[in-house]
Design a protein around this ligand. Structure first.
Ligand code: UDP
Ligand code: MG
Length: 323
């Protein structure tokens, strides 16, 4: 279990005691490992400014299978989650929020699917994010994301996810700084399955993601998962240049070559306007050309692994080669 927490002091204790632990106790029978505790909990304190750290420390004192990773400042959920995944040692890693919005009662379904051989189990919210703007914004977000990125993301899929060790190892090879955990996991592929869940309200406190932050997060998703936004203005420039060239051509033909047979009497400033539009279009096309090079540099700088191998299924292939 990896649980990032930022200023969750008010609710974290009841999250742990009355939501997480009862769910895990049930899990014990399913995972049944003799003697040893079959799970560990990694709480990541993401530079909280309230009592979260003290609360987590006192929780950690209750059992040896509870770890606390204390980040030196607030790095944001994406990085905090990565820190937790790095610290986790399990055969499977389940990521969940600390505010109760990812109900631990669903863990059993995640584990069940995992034991059936699925490598990525993704929690999908069945209810709206709340509020008209957030709901419509979320719809628009997935529309745009799926139209510009190569891999498809299921709408309302959340960070509530279980990853097999195979996937975790592949995930840890990413070292891009500007990261969206969900996007990277989707990029990896592997055998995936979905679990629908109804997200309840927060146990306590407020969501730290304001509308402004959410818009930033959406932009970040677009930018990290696709280079297409870079090219948008290049295409616009192409359109503007073509239209301006066409208009300009018609004017030259009818006004100067044919001597204005239609009697349009086009003014000089209109012609300057068309010339300027043409040049602006050219500039945008030039920017689009730069974007082509920039996108190559960008992808190279992200330094993602070229591919991920599913070793759990490749092993047999390698062996059969030797025979
Ligand atoms: N969180 C975090 N660092 C941050 C912001 C949030 O670790 O900078 C954690 C937070 O404690 C919670 C989870 O990320 O466990 C989701 O945050 P929140 O509930 O604010 O967002 P939402 O429910 O809107 O996704
Ligand atoms: Mg929340």
């Amino acid at each position: 279990m990896v649980v990032p927490a930022y200023n969750e002091g008010e609710g974290i204790r009841s999250f742990h005691d009355s939501l997480l632990m009862p769910a895990l106790r049930q899990l014990k029978d399913i995972l049944a490992v003799s003697g040893e505790n079959p799970y560990e909990i990694v709480y990541v304190n993401d530079g909280s400014t309230d009592t979260t750290l003290e609360k987590l420390q006192s929780i950690a004192e209750t059992a040896s299978y509870i770890k606390v990773v204390n980040l030196s400042r607030n790095f944001g959920k994406e990085v905090a989650t990565t820190a937790g995944i790095e610290a986790a040692s399990g055969q499977g890693v389940l990521i969940m929020d600390a505010d109760g919005q990812h109900p631990p009662a669903c863990i059993e379904r995640f584990v069940d699917l995992w034991q059936k051989g699925h490598q990525v189990i993704v929690g999908v919210r069945s209810n709206d994010a709340g509020g008209f703007i957030k709901t419509q914004g979320s719809k628009l977000f997935y529309r745009v994301l799926n139209s510009i990125s190569d891999q498809q993301t299921v709408p309302r899929s959340t960070d509530f996810r279980l990853l097999d060790r195979e996937v975790v190892d592949a995930f840890l090879r990413f070292d891009e700084r500007n990261r969206i955990t969900r996007g990277l996991i989707d990029w990896l592929g592997f055998q995936r399955e979905y679990v629908e869940f109804a997200a309840p309200d927060r146990l306590a406190g407020e969501a730290t993601y304001s509308l402004r932050k959410l818009v930033g997060l959406a932009l970040n998703s677009f930018i990290t998962m696709s280079t297409k936004p870079l090219f948008a203005f290049g295409y616009l420039g192409l359109l503007i240049t073509l239209l301006a060239a066409l208009t300009g051509g018609v004017i030259i033909l009818q006004q100067f070559l044919l001597g204005d047979p239609m009697g349009w009497d086009i003014s000089g400033s209109a012609m300057v306007g068309i010339l300027v539009t043409f040049l602006v279009g050219l500039l945008l096309v030039a920017q689009g050309m730069l974007a082509v090079y920039l996108s190559h540099i960008y992808v190279q700088a992200q330094g993602r692994p070229l591919y991920a191998v599913d070793r759990s299924s490749s092993r047999n292939l390698y062996e059969s080669k030797d025979v």
